[in-house]
Design a protein around this ligand. Sequence first.
Ligand SMILES: [Cu+2]
Length: 461
Amino acid sequence: MKVSRRNLLFGAGSALLAQVVSALRPAHAQSGGHDQHSPTPPRTARDGRYTPVRTPNGWTLPYRMNNGVKEFHLVAEEIEHEFAPGSVAKCWGYNGSTPGPTIEAVEGDRVRIYVTNRLSEPTSVHWHGLLLPSGMDGVGGLTQPHIQPGETYVYEFTLVQHGTHMYHPHADEMVQMAMGMMGFFIIHPKDGEPERIDRDYAILLHNWALHPGTYRPDPSVMQDFDLWTFNSKVFPATEPLVARTGERVRVRIGNLSMWNHPIHMHGVQFLVTGGDGGRWKRELWRPEVTEIVGVGQTRDLEFIAVAGDWAFHCHMSHHTMGPMGHGIPNPLGVDQRGIEQEIRKMLPGYMAMGEHGMAEHQDHTDSGHMPGPENTLAMMAGKGPFGNIEMGGMFTVIKVRDDLAPGDYRDPGWYRHPPGTVARRVSGDPDFGSPTRRGTPATPSSDTLPTPKRGGHEGHH
Ligand SMILES: [Cu+2]
């Protein structure tokens, strides 16, 4: 489901509308000059001049001002959720979506959050990482009575910190989180950002046991999940992260799944600049290309955008794939002609790993030879300008272009590479050239083999 700001405006009452419009104003206030090297004028988030967070495939919860208090209203409920076209499930979430809408506020704000329980079992909401009075911490049975079906509770506290935080139930957690109940709680620093953040994205990591042919996630699964998601979507349904060349981009990652995820970005070295503990002191920042975001953690990744189409994904290779059976024998190198059809007579939906690798699966499904089971996705479904991308799950593309207007988040299509900058075929002959191969007899030309580089590692000491 996609809820744009436009939908929100139309859906909201007029009092709310004024709030939403004023909440949107910072986006436009940010649209001025974008010279990366000009000093950032001092400004504070209290002026309303922060870059609103954008939750790809998600949305931000509108609030209402009531005597200086920001009032939000969450509704815990069952929803119909589409992971990607072809895979729909009954999930649980907030206000019609999983993840629930992003709550966004500023350090120093007083917030009042109503929580209505429209589930058929008790729930509660824990504000993960927030510093607040113990009785507002949302642990059912420990710090409050459970919110019974049909009831509404209210939480109220002052935000005394900033950073990338989350919310989720602390009642029948195993089930409620497995069903999709979670969201971001982003708090901007009251003194503003030391460097202007031009685009501020937030991606929540999750995993789901939606067995092929079924319509409800299985909460009993502990390790062997079928779907690995960015904001509850799998590639290619994940929205791209769009930026203009030279912009400072922050991607906030939160993990409420059951696995740690090494989140990997192509094209740049990003800086890890913060997380649950707010924006870190500069001495703590680290240049990385992969950052493990552990379960229950958040991390902020910042970089200056470089033109191109750059893959952005979890580096656990099974996490960039759609549903598959893991308990299958390894038939790589085995001629399987005829065997799979025989097995499928007894085991509908059986899918052997390919003889040459798994990339052939997509060719099979594309050609209609392999209809998958009902309500499930191909393992790898994405298509790019050069062919199949052979990815699914926790994968998206960072699309950086020179000519984007500030604040334009529309998908700009595929990158047009400058001439001469794309890898290209030089031969179709497997005997092409005279590559050095270990263990093969020396060729007459062996005296001309390139000398191994010396000193390549010395620089590290
Ligand atoms: Cu992963």
